[in-house]
Design a protein around this ligand. Structure first.
Ligand SMILES: N[C@@H](CCC(=O)N[C@@H](CS)C(=O)NCC(=O)O)C(=O)O
Length: 211
């Protein structure tokens, strides 16, 4: 049985959404980072960084949200959520996944960390301007990639879209307005997916249980 170790309203949502997309049986073990469970022996044995999400499946212990999404999709080729190995679309898929993580998420998360996530003494207000500039450069590239297409790769939804839409949702939650109507409508259209809606309901329910 697959186990997802995660916490609501974090990058764990990517793995949760991916699990709902493939229709897997899994259990969701909530780790409350706010209560210090990130440094529990149980989690550190799985991920020495104490970060979430972590997914276990038989002998596999997998960290890194994008690797988890790709793994789950690759194990369920019938769902068509990752292009086949060695194809041009797989190369494009990798490109967009790496782009989202390194070019789009990084400056966004830098803004988030220095706005609310880091302890106050580590926050540097001036970082917002530089990270905001870098984020907007990445936004323009994402917009360009979606100009004449409905999805980043292939003619259908893949895990690259899942990562991009989750990151755009973070921007919205952080109240960072990128001003792109095209990306707003891409995000909102993809969040109509039943799997997203199920994952969102589970995430909210788990959040409520933590309170
Ligand atoms: N690159 C990792 C980042 C994981 C990460 O930073 N997770 C956050 C939650 S969104 C976390 O566990 N933070 C706890 C900490 O920094 O100690 C991924 O995408 O999975």
């Amino acid at each position: 049985m697959i186990t997802l170790y995660g916490m609501p309203h974090t990058r764990s949502f990517r793995a949760l959404w991916a699990l709902e997309e493939i229709g897997a049986e899994y259990q969701y073990r909530v780790i409350n980072l706010g209560k210090g469970e990130g440094s529990s022996a149980e989690l550190l044995a799985l991920n020495p960084s104490g970060k979430l999400p972590v997914l276990t499946d038989v002998d596999l212990v997998l960290t890194e949200s994008a690797a988890i999404c790709t793994y789950l999709a690759d194990c369920h080729p019938d769902k068509n959520l990752t292009p086949g190995y060695g194809t041009l679309d797989r190369a494009r898929y990798n490109q967009w996944c790496y782009f989202v993580l390194t070019e789009l998420e990084q400056p966004l998360w830098t803004m988030g960390k220095h706005k609310f996530a880091l302890p106050k003494e580590y926050r540097v207000r001036e970082v917002q301007k530089t990270a905001g500039f870098e984020f907007m450069r990445a936004i323009r590239i994402l917009e360009e990639g979606l100009k004449e297409r409905s999805f980043l790769v292939s003619e259908h939804f893949t895990m690259a879209d899942l990562l991009a839409v989750h990151t755009l949702s973070w921007a919205q939650a952080f109240k960072i307005d990128h001003g792109s109507l095209l990306l707003d409508s891409y995000r909102d259209r993809i969040r109509q997916r039943e799997a997203w809606q199920r994952a969102q309901a589970i995430d909210d329910e788990k959040k409520g249980e933590m309170a």
